[in-house]
Design a protein around this ligand. Structure first.
Ligand code: GRF
Length: 203
């Protein structure tokens, strides 16, 4: 299966998926990595893997609609079976999410439906949560609101900072994202009637 990964930052999840592809743990290949800024560190990591990289700067567009229309064309030019959002810090238009419905995944650093949006680690600390975690979900029009496929939990310890939590969550991200991507590539995972279905079972 052909996978396109969208990033804005470090790209450690992108790299975890790429490594899993190379090792045969994901039945697919990352055919392109697209970033919305040239400074995204993950671009060099992708290039070092021999993956095609693209930068489509949102600053060159007047509106979200105009940017997403171009992004859609760029993604489609790689004819992906699956589009993976891995730290892509953009709110997507309904036009884009509908176009890729059922074939776009996101990873969000909270135990959804808790803490949609940004600053999730600090918000979990402020709330005094004893556990925190990460969710992989299908992308729908609602921000961080699509059906959850898999979550991993981490403990919150006394004295933890947001950075501590982020590091703990990141480890889990690198474990569960390749797993879910592989399920999709194997044809075991689908979005059906607005729900995530794995091996015929509603999740
Ligand atoms: C991750 O924490 C992910 O959950 C969030 O953005 C971050 C991306 O990290 N959506 P990286 O660029 O993959 O290292």
């Amino acid at each position: 299966k052909r996978i396109v990964v969208l990033i804005s930052g470090t790209g450690s999840n992108m790299l975890a998926i790429q490594e899993a592809c190379k090792q045969g743990r994901v039945a697919g290949q990352v055919v392109a990595v697209i970033a919305n800024k040239a400074s995204a560190k993950g671009l060099e990591k992708a290039a070092a893997q021999g993956i095609d990289t693209e930068v489509l700067s949102h600053q060159a567009f007047d509106s979200r609609e105009a940017y997403d229309a171009e992004l859609k064309v760029l993604i489609d030019s790689y004819q992906p079976d699956l589009v993976v959002l891995a730290g892509f810090m953009r709110i997507l238009t309904g036009d884009l999410t509908r176009h890729f419905e059922g074939r776009m995944l996101n990873i969000h650093p909270s135990l959804l439906p808790k803490y949609k949006g940004v600053n999730t680690h600090q918000r979990a600390l402020d709330a005094g949560d004893k556990e925190h975690g990460v969710s992989v979900h299908f992308v729908t029009e609602e921000l961080d609101g699509g059906p959850v496929i898999l979550q991993a939990k981490v403990p919150v310890f006394d004295g933890d900072t947001a950075d501590d939590l982020q590091a703990r969550v990141h480890e889990q991200e690198h474990r569960i994202y390749p797993l879910v991507v592989n399920w999709f590539c194997q044809g075991r995972l689908a979005l059906q009637g607005g729900r995530a279905v794995l091996d015929g079972q509603v999740l």
